[in-house]
Ligand binder design. Structure first.
Ligand SMILES: [Zn+2]
Length: 90
């Protein structure tokens, strides 16, 4: 579940950065992910580990039929309870 919520957050963040920096065609996005702390579906906040595979699938599903459809997402696991876009290649 966190993989899909996170995928949506990453795409939203990407949209913001692309608009701010007026980037053209994005080719590759590097993302680092840790354990993700979230509240969803009536559950209180909790932490879940996210598999890179599931997140790739979530990102591909959400990016489908958008300007980010062909973007390659390079996902790296890291320690901690957050995530960040570390680099965008155009
Ligand atoms: Zn959860």
């Amino acid at each position: 579940m966190h993989d899909f919520i996170l995928a949506k957050e990453i795409i939203d963040e990407l949209k913001t950065i692309v608009a701010e920096k007026k980037l053209d065609q994005v080719k590759k996005v590097n993302v680092e992910i840790g354990m993700i702390h979230l509240a969803h579906d009536g559950h209180p906040e909790h932490t879940e580990d996210i598999s890179v595979e599931n997140l790739q699938f979530g990102l591909a599903s959400i990016a489908k039929n958008t300007a980010f459809e062909k973007v390659e997402f390079a996902i790296k696991k890291m320690a901690g309870e957050h995530w960040k876009i570390t680099d965008i290649e155009v």
